[in-house]
Design a protein around this ligand. Structure first.
Ligand code: NAD
Length: 421
């Protein structure tokens, strides 16, 4: 049972720490090692002056946290959102450490964020923020140091600006500085779809384990951005029935199943799932609690809490978003015997193909989409099986098993390196 005070439930970093403590003590990890692995390596705050389109000068606040570089360079997305906090970036950086270790790729964990609302910024303003943010972090980023990627509110174009700014400063083209780039700038085939594809793979594996068929499984998805929309598309193509979808603007519901290809076209045209014909409008705050078989939170943190976990009707939760469930909600879900595939496993498809992209950039040799997808599937199935085996062996939830597996791998690397002697 993870321990966290009720009034700290929404503090994401403390939620990470609560799970860490349970997993580390089950592993019997030395107290000093626990201290080292729980604490971030570096936290950088930058102040980003930008002339807005109005002519006014504005200062944005950005962060980069490097949680661990024990197993390799820092790896982690850059988030643009008005809600970014240092606590959130710290938690996300730690999750990246555990995620990379769960899928066993040679990266540590890092994360970045800028407090801004990308929906209210012009393209030029976004570019200016991105270039200045990258320039301020120049000493800390690099293919062997710390490699960013897209996250909430950032995309391929933002990654292209990061790559260009870094390359201008180091005076040569450096594609491996960032992943999730456009294909024509050294991006990888299959990267855009990778997180959603990984979600599909772990969902398929979960059903196999529970002895269920995927045909007709009713799914609801919160969030229809990169991760949510691709998950919806791939699940729909694989025979799942998507009955509810939400985004920040609204939600839709159709018990008979949503026509996902048409919904994708609608969302592209209007910028939201709201108003899609052939579906009933729904309350976006209620999307996760609809009657269904599988719930996929694919938007933000802290949406399943001790105040609402008992209202979940699905038997399976696949955490496509980072940190959608609080530590206090874990026990309620466990009591209800809901099978939760934790974020650090469920959404690891993205960083796995980011790793493929980094490898391809460094080789200057690019793989076919079929090869990317095949290798992704192989690695995701392997790590799903690793986590499930750990959970069975230690009689713990898949979440605690994933943390144990990850912490064990990072601690082992730390011992091998003989750090802090
Ligand atoms: P995105 O910006 O492309 O999309 C986010 C979606 O969530 C949008 O549809 C937005 O409208 C919706 N949303 C935002 N706030 C919401 C709210 N309060 N309620 C309901 N919906 C809301 O972001 P993304 O890249 O799809 O990332 C989604 C989640 O997945 C994040 O937690 C991110 O950290 C995680 N993740 C992303 C990747 C990746 O490769 N992009 C990889 C691993 C994990």
């Amino acid at each position: 049972m993870a321990i966290i005070a009720a009034d700290r439930e929404m503090q994401v970093y403390e939620n990470m720490g609560a799970r860490f403590d349970v997993a580390a003590s089950k592993l019997g990890l030395d107290e000093g090692f626990q201290k080292v692995l729980r604490t971030p390596n570096k936290e950088i705050t930058v102040y980003i002056p930008v002339t807005m389109d109005s002519g006014k000068l504005e200062v944005f606040v950005g962060y980069r946290v490097q949680h661990s570089i024990v197993r390799g360079p820092g790896k982690g997305g850059i988030r643009y959102s008005p809600g970014v906090t240092l606590d959130e970036v710290r938690a996300l950086a730690s999750w990246m450490t555990w995620k990379c270790a769960v899928v066993n790729i040679p990266f540590g964990g890092a994360k970045g964020g800028v407090i801004c609302d990308p929906e209210k910024l012009s393209r030029r303003e976004l570019e200016a923020i991105t270039r200045r943010y990258t320039a301020e972090l120049l000493d800390y980023l690099g293919p062997e140091r710390d490699v960013p990627a897209p996250d909430l509110g950032t995309n391929e174009q933002v990654m292209a600006w990061v790559m260009d700014t870094y390359s201008m400063h180091v005076r040569h083209t450096s594609t491996a500085i960032v992943t999730g780039k456009p294909l024509d700038l050294g991006g990888s085939r299959g990267r855009r779809e990778a997180t959603g594809r990984g979600v599909l793979i772990v969902c398929d594996q979960t059903l196999r384990r529970l002895g269920r068929q995927r045909e007709g499984q009713r799914v609801v998805i919160q969030g229809f951005g990169n991760v949510g929309s691709v998950t919806a598309q791939l699940m729909h193509e694989s025979g799942y029935k998507i009955i509810g979808v939400s985004d920040i603007h609204g939600a839709i519901y159709n018990a008979k199943g949503i026509d996902v290809p048409r919904l994708l076209a609608h969302a592209l045209e209007t910028g939201s799932v709201a108003g899609f014909k052939g579906c009933d409008p729904a309350d976006p705050r209620e999307i996760l609690f609809l009657d269904c078989d599988i719930t996929v939170p694919a938007a933000i943190e802290n949406v399943i809490t001790s105040h609402n976990a008992d209202r979940i009707k699905a038997g399976i939760i696949i955490e496509a978003a980072n940190g959608p469930t609080t530590a206090l909600a874990d026990d309620i879900l466990e009591e209800k015997k809901i099978y939760v595939v934790p974020d650090i496993l469920a959404n690891a498809g993205g960083v796995t193909v980011s790793y493929f992209e980094w490898v391809q950039d460094r080789h200057g040799y690019f793989w076919s989409e079929a090869m990317v997808n095949e290798r992704l599937e192989q690695m995701m199935v392997e790590c799903f099986n690793d986590v499930v085996a750990y959970a069975d062996r230690h009689s713990v939830s898949p979440r605690i098993a994933a943390y144990m597996l990850a912490i064990d791998r990072v601690a082992f690397a730390l011992k091998l390196r003989g750090l802090y002697a």
